[in-house]
Write a new protein. Sequence first.
Length: 648
Amino acid sequence: MTAIDSILQTHWGYTSFRPQQEDIILSVLSGNDTLAIMPTGGGKSICFQVPAMASKGICLVITPLIALMKDQVGNLKIKGIPALAIHSGMPFNEVKKTLDNALYGNFKFLYVSPERLTTRLFKEYLPAMPINLIAVDEAHCISQWGYDFRPPYLTIAAIREEKPGIPVLALTASATKKVQEDICDKLHFSNAKIFRQSYERPNLSYSVQEVEVKINKLLEIIQKVPGCGIVYCRSRKRTKEIADLLQLHHISADYYHAGLSHEDRNDKQAKWLNNETRIMVCTNAFGMGIDKPDVRTVVHVDIPDCLESYYQEAGRAGRDGKRSYAVLLFKETDIADLQQIPETRFPSMEEIRKIYQALVNYLQLPAGAGEDTCFDLDLSAFTKQFGLDVLTATYAIKAMEQEGILAYSEQLFTPSTIMFCCSKSTLEEFEKAYPEAEPYIKLLLRSYGGIMDVPTPISEKQIAKTLKKDTAVIKKVLTRLSQRRIIDYQPQKDVPQIQFLYNRVVTENLYIDNIRYAERKKVLTDQITAITHYVKDTGNCRSGIIAEYFNDFSTKPCGICDNCVSKKKAAIAAEEFNILHKTIIALLEQQPMTLRELTDRLKEADGQKTWSIVKHLMEERLLEMSETMEGGKIRIKKKGQDKNPARF
């Protein structure tokens, strides 16, 4: 057994690697810059976690997904692998303590968001950090030709200058040839090794259906296909409406979107993962990082704005290799709505400046201040206070984020933290003066290691359960202890956060690169053209359309998508027609017959089909109905009589 096989079995419990995983790992361990393009659920994380475990030092993992970052760190800790994470919303002292641990502790992984790379504190720690591998997750974000361009990714190359000789592994689920080239260029790859799994999913049946009433078709699909499923739609409001309608038809369903609390999202996700809920109706906020192999159906009731997104979301079905279905429902007006998206997504410079001014006013941020500062941002309250359109504000913030002016996290959850901020002698005196507080203090000290030195995540619910108190009582006691400066208690946050990456500028001086902005708009327009082609194409294999979009021309027709099935049916119909045609001619060459007599002789054929073919042959002037013969018998038309000139 090799070292990497042993690591895989010891920590992950697997006896063998999935296709290409071992090749990617060996490439990284050989010191090669490597690009791995693997489908959703293909096991990308193993490709950097195993080689990092096989090497001395710590692996720096760069990812924009805070939820995924936390999940992976949590999963690594469960496996006994020490891992750290730094994300927006963490207090300065906690960030510093985490970087100290990365530098001096025996930790194997440090997860950071790309925005963190440019901070002064991170730059101070980076030179001494014993990095053995740089893993870049969601690597398509570095390319302006990708569907989720994030400028902070462009700063990754600077780390390479600080850490020469350290290999980089870039990972993504999908990338066109142009995006692949851009990833390698922007990450300064030298003699890159590129591994690309096929975009084929042999067990996944893609189909597109044009319908007027989508809910009726959705019900039909869910009732026809057993097992759990996902229904994607654009609108948060619509997720609840559809889930409610499914429940009215006695289908176990729930809804999920980024506007729900962290607790609600976790609860809903857990119930779906455990098959307590059958159907999850959601926005694209759901599914990232989730590995549920037995999803049988993924239905989109709205057209996604690009094939990259659709491929990832549809690909959450059938990871266990069993037959599954990805269905996209649309009506003609959806196509027109899709064409309007670029104008909505790219507000004018005037609108962007207006939103920026409103934002700094709302946050009471003075000019020349704010660099690397995080603020809670209730988008609904913000837009309501300034009379702004929510969509315009959202995309203006997105434009500023892509320009590297600020960072916006819609799904940030920060757990409650506590750190004792008094001396031991002060604490002892306080316990004597207020003995009713002693059980709470003792429990905190006993349950949470390091709570005297660093802000430590705690659970009010768990404390309440241990002390057999109501959670509200626990929060009240902790607040009082904080007011008396015994502890520093920071209650959990579950609101979006915005981080200013630079000091506030005078609004008139706010600048967006117009050329890059126009290029990104064109990228989106081209992506919409591609997904529209996918929707409207009724002749080519769906799997092939997707593969060719990603420059994979090696795929064969899948045989199970709606277009392939239609071709099969058409071929069968043509073959059946030819057989019946020849049989009818042969019978009538023996003697004229009535339609009933013909039908009786052709017992295996449908009577309607027999009549259709007879009618066709009469129109072609090959047969005729004799009015002189008894019963109106059908016979072969004699040669030379009234031939159809159109046949020549």
